[in-house]
Design a protein. Sequence first.
Length: 367
Amino acid sequence: MTPSIGLRTGIGQVVSHMYDAISEKKDIKLEPYALSYKAKAYAKELPENTHFVTVPARALLNTWKFSRWPTLKNQLGEIDMIHATNYLAPPITEGIALLITIHDATMVKFPELVSSKVRGLLPIIRKRISAGAHIHVPTQAIKLDIEQYFADELTDISKIHIIPFGTPTITQNQPSEQIKKLVNADPYILSIGMLEPRKNHARLIESFEEVYKENPHIRLLLVGPDGPARPQIDLALSKLSYNARSRITITGSVSDNDRSYILKNALMLAYPSIYEGFGLPILEAMSTNTAIVASKEGSLEEIGGTACEFVDAFSVSDIARGINLLLGDEKLRTKLIKNGDIELKKYSWDKTANELANLYTKITEAK
């Protein structure tokens, strides 16, 4: 449950939803664990039965890069299987099956887009795969990436299991007054996600100059926690004309209620990410009848299907083209929204939980 503590990014949301859905299955007994000195401070955010393994995480990671110890078997107690929900897993112990959720392959495909801390997980992941761990991925695109970038470690590709995630929760509660005022001004394009290089905010901002020229009444809202891409974003903003720059707002983190309200009232979601393992904001936009412009990278074409106008993530002009196309064509926006209703039916947390529960049984019986 470690990804669920503190500020929850997409992975934190996924892990929480995944736990809640699987815990409803009567034939599966889940024992949630959080490996962190800091975890107890966030106990109220985690399931009541969470076990806290208070270990020095950095020292543990450094040890696991070079050793099969410690296994944490004594701390974990009597269990049949470990499901490591965010890449990181203890060494495989005899009699205990191991399943690792690998959300994406950014650390090997685009290592320059992630921190050294994230890249530092790679030796541990390689060791676990070499030792025979099963791998859960959310899309076919990520399965293909795992096969390509972990080819030397994979001994059996049948151990890669595709189980998509479910749909995010859209709240119906009232937003804050500040967000109401922000939303009720001029119409806006919405970007959602932490300010990190992978989300491609800088190119989106650059493209807004062209969007503004054709649509001077439009705003661009960037919603999400601050992050390492902030210098790139500030540089991109500095290159815009004053008028275009004045139409862009960076909100920072917002509550779930505010996030849902912002989504529901957006003209469209702009999601030109350089790489995604799944793309929860696309499903969020579908859930709120919001049109979508998205890149073709990673899993986004697979998730977006017929509900997106796809653009080249590496082309500022093509990002602007896709946005301007939707802004000027209400019929196309309506068509994509209707297609989103169809695409959305493919995903549910109940379906995810059923497939994971079946996989747990299959893996534990085969150990």
